[in-house]
Design a protein around this ligand. Structure first.
Ligand code: ZN
Length: 163
């Protein structure tokens, strides 16, 4: 598990040099049930990426699914992202620590959702009975993926802080 997690952190593409970026910064608008939100991405020196989103979740939690989706190059919720802007965005983030952390967080979110769904569907009706050991195993699995999610989101949050 540890080796797989380490392998995921290796950037899959080299970072495009700051001076070679087509556009920097790049701004997008995303839409969801709560309305429109502005997102902006900018690369600084030493691979630092500032990625901000003006949605309420961003302000309260320090991260949001809009930014994770963009960092995983999923553009379904974009209002105005033409191919050129998307390519410029990918140049800004590819190969950076933030990109790797977002992919780790995305993986941890999916693992947690899958485990939670399994927990909900397999939870015995009478917990303190014959199936108590199975329930205990399921809670241990859920605790493990929740802990990995906490770590992944904490790392992502630190990288998203505007410092
Ligand atoms: Zn957002």
């Amino acid at each position: 598990m540890e080796a797989r997690a380490a392998a995921r952190r290796v950037p899959t593409s080299p970072m495009v040099a700051l001076a070679a970026l087509e556009r920097n910064p790049v701004a997008f608008e995303v839409i969801d049930d709560a309305g429109h939100h502005s997102i902006s991405a900018e690369r600084g020196k030493y691979g630092k990426v500032w990625l901000t989103c003006q949605c309420p979740t961003s302000w309260s939690d320090g991260w949001c699914r809009h930014r994770v989706n963009l960092l995983c190059f999923r553009y379904d919720s974009l209002v105005d992202g033409n191919a050129r802007a998307r390519r410029a965005f990918e140049q800004i983030v590819l190969g950076t620590t933030l990109h790797a952390a977002a992919k780790d967080a995305d993986h941890a979110l999916k693992a947690f959702d899958t485990c939670l769904a399994a927990f909900d569907s397999r939870r015995p009706g009478r917990i303190v009975g014959r199936d108590l050991a199975r329930f205990s195993d399921a809670t241990a699995d859920l605790a493990a993926v929740a802990s990995e999610l906490v770590d992944a989101l904490e790392k992502l949050r630190r990288l998203l802080e505007r410092t």
